[in-house]
Write a protein that binds this ligand. Structure first.
Ligand code: AP5
Length: 210
């Protein structure tokens, strides 16, 4: 099972990815998480760090290289879920080539649709537990009192708006790209996270999780 989750920043890709990966026992491969891990380890090129914190996209070749190596790891043998990659048509074309070289193919691309007006609140109140990676929202999904919370540098309003602009300029072009290939399913991303999960399962033609 090879899945791609598309959607604007804060549309709920990471939240839904955690549920889907558990259901299918496949790893979540998030280029954003990989870049943030490199930042934490001090190995991220300072040029990329500045781009990320300001809400821009790092160059295609940097993230394509990350994916090329990651999909050959043993846990990705049964399949994987891509969250935040691809983000541009050149990244999608490169992914197609990487998979073709390995005789693998994408099963489904899910786009989470959330109006721009709702995104700012979702991102500004987002917190992630540093230890578990669990995503919380201070209003809609409050963290437990013992969580060690991280507030992302790119979740400040100015950077959020820049990320939304980048999404609209670059990533939205992926929708017709995958639609033409017959892989795209659009899912309404508004409502409780569990309701969105049920819609995603329906779009994947699998029985709803209990
Ligand atoms: P990345 O980490 O991929 O961030 P993103 O795409 O901007 O997505 P987010 O993680 O912000 O949001 P999400 O959709 O996962 O939402 P979440 O589930 O957390 O990328 C970060 C940066 O890295 C990029 O800006 C770029 O610089 C760089 N980068 C990464 N990949 C790249 C690539 N391929 N090419 C170039 N550059 C790349 O939910 C958000 C909040 O809403 C949470 O608080 C959550 O609890 C809450 N929430 C979720 N669902 C609901 C719901 N149904 N109702 C209410 N609240 C909800």
């Amino acid at each position: 099972m090879i899945l791609i989750l598309l959607g604007a920043p804060g549309s709920g890709k990471g939240t839904q990815a955690q549920v889907l990966c558990k259901k299918y026992t496949i790893p979540q491969i998030s280029t954003g998480d990989m870049l943030r891990a490199a930042k934490k380890a001090g190995t991220l090129d300072p040029k990329y760090l500045a781009i990320m914190d300001a809400g821009g996209l790092v160059p295609d070749e940097a993230v394509i290289g990350l994916i090329d190596r990651r999909i050959d790891e043993s846990d990705a043998a049964p399949g994987f879920l891509l969250d935040g990659f691809p983000r541009t048509v050149p990244q999608a074309e490169a992914l197609g080539q990487l998979l073709a070289n390995r005789n693998r193919k994408i099963d489904r691309v899910i786009q989470l649709d959330v109006p721009r007006a709702m995104i700012e609140e979702r991102t500004i109140y987002r917190r992630t537990d540093k230890r578990s990676g669990q995503i919380y929202h201070l209003k809609y999904n409050p963290p437990p009192s013992d969580a060690e919370l991280d507030h992302r540098a790119d979740d400040q309003p100015e950077a959020v708006n820049k990320r939304l602009d980048a999404y609209e300029a670059m990533t939205a072009a992926l929708l017709p790209y995958y639609e033409k290939m017959g892989l795209l399913r659009r899912v309404e991303g508004v409502g409780k996270p569990e309701e969105v999960t049920q819609r995603v399962f329906a779009a994947l033609d699998i029985q709803a999780a209990k």
